[in-house]
Each structure stands twice: as structure tokens, then as C-alpha cells.
Write a protein of this length. Structure first.
Lengths: 202, 225
């Protein structure tokens, strides 16, 4: 009976320690969770055109769009709203075309793939950030080069890629106001003929 | 101590220290900072055993319970305190890990292990049979300690009420511990005065009358004839 009692005491102590620790360090389920819990505002609707060129007709804003800032990301062309809306994808998912527009404006891109996946190349000028870079704080040097008020686009290999979501969560936690995920991935970017570059040492 | 016993002692201590080191390191890598804990939570999510939306509280509890279990059990194994209970807890935990790894391999998922945070040795960071073998070796070590106890150089032995026997609770192969003669011997109650007739006062001279001293103090005491 003494053995059973000790195991029971161990379990109680472990659960108690875990509970106390979980209250200190919140675990975010996904991007919606961290946005809700940190009070981060909803991401702007994905841009479908050059946002800052001129004031465009506000009537063309998609009905689900929440755009308090008139200077940001207003769809102005005849292009239909992004595919994300039709496919019921999260509002922070953007198409390759939208991502290229942001790239063209000089917005930072973040490659969330591992070194093994990056050997095929990456988006030209993209930073490389993985989850582990946030654990050992090696991401700080890169993040300090980026201004959180500007949009940032995260991408990985496409498909079921949690790496983008995980890095995006951390960028929101860092203070980035607009974080987009190029969910079709690097492969679709390269297929579209957009600029790529080889990875150093890859 | 025979040579066989010496080898036995060395192996037990080695297994204890090895497992304590492995589990302690694993716990440290998962609880280094908030980001490490978040990364481990994402690893648990990616196993797809627990639903991301429905079981988020379970994921959160597991995120912290696993490394805390590893940390506490590593400390206990290091000291040799409650060795069997700690070994049992880690055997159960390793069993759960191996089930998770089995389901991941069976479904063909590509999942980051997160077992030692972002440290990957000897296995790759992606879940595969290597992790299964590694956990099997660790589980074998835990089972060894579960059966044999903490051994000679352990606090379990130090605080054992009985100096004889192999281990505090190793005797007779029982997890419940062995009865100790000193503790279980029936003791005479403090207030029991019945044995007095068996222990007559020495000060009573033989020449004095049979009830003069004794019966005067305790006149109502029944005497055994």
C-alpha cells in the first residue's frame, strides 16, 4: 500500500506543479486563440491590390472586412475578393498573388521551413525563422530588423504546414500587427515564377 | 559482498543516475522558458491524438505535467528516494509516449518529436522508429528499477527501518514493504499493571509479611495465585 500511496502523492504533486506553471505561461492553441487572449486586433483583410497608391472606393471592401485604417490594404481592383473567403480559410491566409504584391512593396517574408526543406531555395530576401529560434532567442536579432507595424508574410512548404502557424503565433506575441500566411507555400511561389534565391549553404 | 553483488550495486546506481540525467535534461529542455513550453505544446498537438480544439486544456496540462513528472522523478531517482514509485511513474509516462509514437508512425504523419526540446540526439527531430527504440531502452531501465529498487546507495536504504534485507521495500518482492520485527512486536501497554505479580517489588524483604507492603499500596489489586 505504501507504493500505491507514494505513486498517488507523486501524481498529485506533478499535477499541482503543472497547474501552477500553466497559469504562469499561457499556452496558445492557435492564432485565433492568441489574438483573442492578448487582445490583438483582427488582421486586416488580405490585400488584393497596391494598398497605398491612392485612396480607393470604400464600397469595394469585402463585407467581412474590418478595416479601421483607411491607408492600409484596401482592395481596389476589379479582382474578386481573395480565395480565402470562398474556401472559408482564415482571414490571415493570403494567396500567392497577394503575397507577391506585399513582397513587391518590400514587406518582410519569413521562411518557417527547416534547413532540409530549404535546400530547394527560398523567397528572395526572406528571413529564416523557426520555432527553435524563439526558444534560444536567436530570433531576436532578426526580429529587431523588422518593424512590427508593417505586414509580414510567413510561409512554409505548403499543405498541412503547422510551422507557419507556429511562427506566426510567435510573431503576433512579439507585437507584429499584421501577420499573413502564404498557405500555398514556397512551391506555389516558385511555380508562379516569382523571385527566388538559393539558400546559403543549401 | 560477493562480486555478483558488487556488480549489481554498480548497475543499479548507474541505471538510476543515467535515467535521472536523461529525464532531468528532457525536463530542462521543455521548461527552459515560455517559448520552449509553447513548442512542446505544439508537438503534443501535432501528434493529433488529442483534438486541438476540444482537448486544449488536456494539451495544456500535459505540456506542463510531462516535464514536471520528468523533473520530479529525475530528482527522486538521483537521490534514490521513492525509487520504485518514481520508476513506475516514468514507466507509465514512457508507455504513453510509445503509444503516441506508434500512432504517429502507423498513420504516417510527419511530426516533430519535441522530446528533448530542440535537441536531437541520437534520433532525428522527426518521429520514427528510433524514438521507439530509445524509449524502449529507457522503459527497460525504469522496469529494472521498479523491480530491484534503489539499491545500496540510496536514501530508500538509508531511511529503511530495517538494516537487513536488500532494500527498504524490496524484501520478499513486495511493493508494500516488509514488516519490521521491532515495529510489529506486540508491546505491553503503558497502563497495564497486570504483570505486577510477575515482577514483585525487590525492596520487599522476604521476611516481611505477604501482603504488608504490596497489598497496602494496592489493596484492590487482584492477585494471581
Amino acid at each position: 500500500m505504501r507504493f500505491v500511496g507514494r505513486v498517488a502523492i507523486l501524481i498529485v504533486v506533478i499535477v499541482a506543479a503543472a497547474t501552477v506553471n500553466s497559469m504562469q505561461w499561457p499556452i496558445y492553441r492557435d492564432i485565433a486563440d492568441i489574438r483573442a487572449r492578448t487582445g490583438a486586433t483582427a488582421i486586416e483583410p488580405a490585400p488584393t491590390s497596391e494598398p497605398s497608391a491612392e485612396e480607393s472606393d470604400p464600397a469595394s471592401v469585402p463585407d467581412d472586412g474590418v478595416d479601421p485604417d483607411a491607408g492600409q490594404a484596401e482592395p481596389a481592383t476589379a479582382e474578386p475578393p481573395v480565395a480565402a473567403v470562398e474556401e472559408d480559410l482564415p482571414d490571415y491566409y493570403i494567396s500567392i498573388a497577394d503575397a507577391f504584391e506585399l513582397w513587391d512593396e518590400g514587406m518582410p517574408f519569413v521562411d518557417a521551413r527547416t534547413e532540409n526543406e530549404r535546400v530547394v531555395g527560398t523567397v528572395e530576401g526572406a528571413f529564416h525563422l523557426e520555432t527553435r529560434n524563439f526558444i534560444d532567442f536567436s530570433a531576436d536579432a532578426i526580429l529587431n530588423q523588422m518593424d512590427p507595424v508593417f505586414p509580414v508574410v510567413v510561409f512554409c512548404g505548403g499543405g498541412e504546414c503547422d510551422a507557419s502557424e507556429n511562427v506566426a503565433k510567435r510573431l503576433i506575441g512579439w507585437g507584429f500587427e499584421e501577420v499573413y500566411i502564404m498557405h500555398e507555400g514556397f512551391g506555389a511561389w516558385a511555380d508562379a515564377g516569382h523571385p527566388t534565391e538559393p539558400v546559403e549553404g543549401g | 559482498m560477493t562480486t555478483g553483488q558488487r556488480i549489481d550495486v554498480v548497475i543499479t546506481v548507474f541505471v538510476r543516475l543515467f535515467l535521472a540525467g536523461v529525464f532531468g535534461f528532457a525536463a530542462f529542455m521543455k521548461l527552459r522558458n515560455e517559448q520552449a513550453a509553447q513548442a512542446f505544446a505544439e508537438s503534443i498537438q501535432s501528434f493529433d491524438v488529442l483534438s486541438k480544439t476540444d482537448h486544449h486544456h488536456v494539451v495544456t496540462l500535459s505540456t506542463f505535467a510531462v516535464p514536471w513528472a520528468e523533473a520530479i522523478c529525475a530528482g527522486l531517482l538521483l537521490l534514490g528516494l521513492w525509487t520504485r514509485a518514481a520508476a513506475f511513474a516514468m514507466t507509465a509516462a514512457l508507455g504513453a509516449f510509445m503509444y503516441g509514437i506508434y500512432t504517429v508512425i502507423a498513420r504516417g504523419l510527419v511530426v516533430e518529436c519535441g522530446c528533448f526540446g530542440d535537441f536531437n540526439f541520437p534520433c532525428d527531430h522527426t518521429i520514427g522508429m528510433c524514438q521507439m527504440y530509445r524509449n524502449g531502452v529507457l522503459a527497460a531501465g525504469c522496469l529494472f528499477l521498479l523491480i530491484r529498487g534503489g539499491g545500496r546507495f540510496s536514501i530508500d536504504r538509508l531511511i529503511a527501518p530495517s538494516a537487513s534485507g536488500d532494500d527498504e521495500d524490496a524484501t520478499a518482492g513486495s511493493f508494500g514493504g516488509s514488516p519490521t520485527p521491532a515495529a510489529t512486536r506486540p508491546r505491553r501497554p503503558e497502563t497495564d499493571e497486570a504483570p505486577i505479580p510477575l515482577d514483585p517489588p525487590r525492596s520487599t524483604p522476604l521476611s516481611s509479611g505477604p501482603g504488608e507492603g504490596d497489598s497496602a499500596e494496592k489493596p484492590s489489586k487482584p492477585r494471581w495465585d
